[in-house]
Design a binder for this molecule. Structure first.
Ligand SMILES: Nc1ncnc2c1ncn2[C@@H]1O[C@H](COP(=O)(O)OP(=O)(O)OP(=O)(O)O)[C@@H](O)[C@H]1O
Ligand SMILES: [Mg+2]
Length: 586
């Protein structure tokens, strides 16, 4: 029931049209009683009593009723379609907005295939319910009730006799609904899983090919496909059983009517015309009985789909955007971590992190893979919130800023490069509100990407990303770097952004950044000492803790972890130089 209430909260916006359409259904059902009644009168009065003068008026009314009913039916079907399309449009928008709002934690836990299933199959089940199932239920229920009332008016005894079968129908419908409900959930679940396999296979097709795992993938798909088929077959088994019983019962009505009707007519308890009326109304009893199974089927499908969509739409984000959050115009870029601890699950990943960065400083985060470097910058962006402790920007806890306002001031060039399937121009200018060619060129030049972009067939208009031309890892990194630079943020974060570049290119980019980012706070994560040695502050991270910090020189003098890595990277060179002067390295 809650699913129905929920969908009505969306229908409410179109309630005028919706209720008019429902009234039209009522009217049309009522009109459906007229022709059987007139047929009866035709038999009794025109044929038996020979009142031929009323033949044409009756026929005229019958034709008029048929035409008007057809027009009304067309109108309400269109109205329901209109409402359903609008409801589904709104729901899709809402779901998409929710997907934008949800945090990384949600995406880590949720399969893409599930989300795609919500957006496609489940949405369609809801649309079908609003466009078709609702009015069919109303139509069938009202026609059924009107037919019973009409029959009672004609002959009470005969009607009661005919309805001896109804409790069995009601019982069958109830049993069917009960048994089909869990099966529908199973089907939706299997559909999600099937979607996930396809989606992962498509995005990971290179890995599949590289490892020659096509057969394995086909087998995996077959398993899921089979599970989906089985779930559908299970439903078909249950459905066919009950649908056949319901169908047989509805046919039984016709037999009972002909048999009992004949006896009633012979005994003069029913006129011939009244039997014709009953005969004309029998479809109004048969049809709903035949339909009840199908409608239960569709309604259950709707309930299963609606529940899944509702869960997604009502999903709570862990990252809360404060209602009256501070909207910074331009941040200075002072950052402080105060006793910050963080865990993704139960394992602590960052342990008691403390550091302070002044505006315009360049900070390097250095450490082994898995040490927690990306996690630190994820916290600055509020991709996740610290489990305990505080992160302050310009002296204010970052949780007090409006989320978008905060992120507008930060630019991150992420470790796992992602480009949209769009032109290079649009990819670079993604974070700024307008496309300015001069600025795009400038950003590309700063990221040392201008040259290779101009050599591409369509220069900045070249489509890259999923369906676009292939780019090398370093080229992609430079485009994402340009995308970060063009935003001119207060805080720039480069997470392993130059890892795929040769040392010379990297040095050139570093030089460019030195000139343009004098007043901006910069975080650089890199594994090469050459990338970070000029930083104002180097944080050496080991297993989630800052084990050392200082400038390159201070850290070398310290002869700790950093020095060890330095020696490993420049060992030969240092031996030649007799460990004397390290400043020239890089
Ligand atoms: N989304 C996540 N869910 C759970 N654990 C995670 C998640 N992301 C990272 N971790 C774990 O947190 C730890 C730190 O990861 P992080 O990505 O910060 O490392 P890193 O220092 O950036 O490493 P790398 O140099 O390889 O990029 C790792 O042990 C990793 O397994
Ligand atoms: Mg990382």
């Amino acid at each position: 029931m809650s699913s129905i209430k929920w969908i009505f909260s969306y229908i409410n916006k179109y309630k005028f049209r919706f209720y008019i359409a429902l009234t039209a259904v009522l009217l049309s059902s009522f009109m459906a009683m007229i022709n059987p009644y007139l047929s009866g009168r035709l038999v009794d009065e025109v044929i038996i009593q020979n009142k031929t003068d009323i033949l044409f008026p009756i026929l005229g009314v019958m034709v008029a009723v048929t035409v008007i009913k057809a027009i009304i039916r067309y109108t309400y079907q269109m109205a329901f379609e209109f409402v359903s399309q609008n409801v589904i449009f709104e729901l899709r928008q809402k779901m998409y907005s929710k997907l934008q709002e949800l945090d990384l934690d949600y995406y880590n836990k949720t399969r893409t295939g599930d989300i795609m299933a919500r957006m496609t199959g489940d949405m369609d089940a809801v649309r079908h319910f609003v466009a078709w199932v609702i009015y069919n239920i109303c139509e069938n229920v009202t026609v059924f009730i009107f037919a019973i009332i009409s029959m009672f008016f004609i002959n009470v005894e005969f009607t009661l006799l005919m309805f001896a079968l109804t409790p069995i129908v009601a019982y069958c419908a109830y049993r069917f609904a009960k048994q089909a409900n869990p099966i529908f959930f199973g089907i939706r679940e299997q559909f999600s899983k099937l979607n996930t396999v396809v989606q992962e296979n498509i995005s990971g097709n290179r890995v599949v090919k590289a490892f020659a795992k096509e057969d394995y993938e086909i087998l995996k798909f077959e398993e899921r496909n089979k599970a989906y088929m089985d779930a559908n077959m299970e439903l078909a088994n249950v459905a066919q059983k009950y649908l056949s019983i319901l169908n047989a019962l509805s046919n039984m009505f016709t037999i009972v009517m002909i048999l009992a009707g004949g006896i009633f007519v012979i005994n003069d308890r029913l006129t011939m015309g009244e039997l014709v009326m009953f005969n004309g109304l029998i479809w109004a009893i048969n049809n709903p009985m035949n339909m009840v199974g199908w409608l239960i089927n569709d309604a259950q499908r709707f309930i299963a789909a609606a529940r899944k969509i509702k869960i997604l739409v009502n999903e709570e984000t862990k990252i809360k955007n404060p209602e009256e959050g501070i909207k910074p115009k331009k941040l200075k870029g002072e950052i402080e971590f105060r006793n910050v601890n963080f865990e993704y699950g139960y394992e602590p990943v960052l342990k008691n992190i403390n550091f302070k960065v002044k505006s315009g400083q360049r900070v390097a985060i250095f450490g082994q893979t898995g040490a927690g470097k990306s996690t630190i910058v994820n916290l600055i962006e509020r991709f996740y919130d610290a489990t305990s402790g505080e992160i302050l920007i310009d002296g204010i806890d970052i949780r007090k800023y409006n989320l978008q306002g905060l992120r507008k001031n930060i630019s991150i060039s992420m470790q796992d490069v992602f480009l949209f399937s769009n032109t290079i121009e649009e990819n670079i200018s993604y974070g700024v509100s307008e496309i300015d060619n001069n600025k795009i060129n400038w950003a590309a030049e700063m990221a040392d990407a201008n040259n290779f972009i101009q050599n591409l067939s369509d220069s900045y208009e070249t489509v890259v990303g999923e369906r676009g031309v292939g780019l090398s890892g370093g080229q992609k990194q430079r485009i994402t770097l340009a995308r970060s630079i063009i935003k001119e943020p207060s805080i720039l974060i480069l997470d392993d952004t130059t890892s795929a570049l040769d040392v010379e290119t990297e040095a050139m980019i570093q030089k460019n950044l030195n000139t343009i980012y004098k007043d901006k706070t910069c975080f650089i994560i890199a594994h090469r000492i050459s990338s970070i040695k000029d930083s104002d502050l180097i944080l050496v991270l080991d297993d989630g803790r800052i084990v050392e910090s200082g400038t390159h020189k201070e850290l070398l003098d310290n002869k700790g972890h950093y020095y060890g890595v330095y020696k490993a990277q420049y060992g030969d060179y240092l031996d030649e130089e007799d460990n004397e002067d390290c400043k020239e390295v890089g």
